[in-house]
Write a protein that binds this ligand. Structure first.
Ligand SMILES: [Zn+2]
Length: 235
């Protein structure tokens, strides 16, 4: 994988339509980059790929390392090589946008990938609990997600910024997953405040590779872009 290309398997609209019972294997996905995010079959929890390892952030609050044959219905990876790494304070999640904007204000229609390492005064994350019936739409899982508040927690955030026009293919705007230093807890980031300065590495991405599922379910699904629905579950 070339540095700072994005590889993605399937699209968010497929997950929104509940297409989540198969996908690429963890071992295939691990070759697509050194960091990434995604989910598991039946939308069971959140995925984070960090330094070549795939972790499942479960709704129970616990983390497990995924086995090579497990399947991923939606996942994004990049071979992240930061073009710049800065030390900065983050007072809110919106400050992430500001850092990206300061790094390159001419990338509004390009993608960005980033990695944030450090200690957070507070961090709110969520993990989805998984489908309760076959092909349950992702938007229905919003009310059942497990939300956790952490205080003074050290760890790493893997994130992607996607231009608004790509909503439904990916998650428009910021999409970040967190894992703590001890690899014990984590999830999809909802809010954050850094404790002092964190290390923030960033890269602009203008190459995408999207692999679509060929399954019966993927082709039978009615896919539409539900901007409000995606923001509700992924915001
Ligand atoms: Zn997520």
């Amino acid at each position: 994988m070339e540095p700072n290309h994005i590889y993605q398997y399937s699209i968010i609209n497929a997950l929104m339509a509940g297409v989540a019972d198969s996908g690429i294997t963890v071992s295939q996905f691990r070759h697509r980059g050194n960091q990434g995010i995604g989910t598991f079959t039946k939308i069971q929890g959140e995925l984070i790929l960090l330094d070549g390892k795939v972790y499942q952030l479960q709704a129970s609050g616990e983390i497990r390392t995924a086995g090579p044959d497990e399947q991923l219905p939606y996942a994004v990876a990049t071979n992240f090589q930061p073009q710049q790494t800065i030390s900065t304070k983050l007072k809110t999640k919106d400050d992430v946008d500001k850092v990206l904007e300061d790094f390159d204000g001419h990338a509004a229609n390009l993608f960005m990938s980033y990695r944030i390492d450090g200690r957070f005064k507070s961090l709110k994350s969520r993990t989805v609990r998984g489908q309760e019936y076959e092909d349950q739409p992702l938007a229905e899982l919003g009310s059942k997600q497990a939300v956790q508040d952490y205080e003074s927690i050290e760890g790493t955030i893997v994130g992607f910024r996607t231009p608004a026009a790509w909503q439904g293919f990916m998650v428009a705007g910021e999409h970040m997953h967190f894992i703590d230093q001890e690899r014990k807890v984590g999830g999809h980031v909802l809010e954050l405040v850094s404790e002092g300065e964190v290390s923030f590495g960033v890269a602009v991405v203008n190459n995408l590779h999207i692999e679509l599922p060929t399954s019966e379910k993927f082709n039978a699904a009615k896919m539409v872009t539900d901007d409000k629905g995606v923001k509700g579950i992924e915001g």
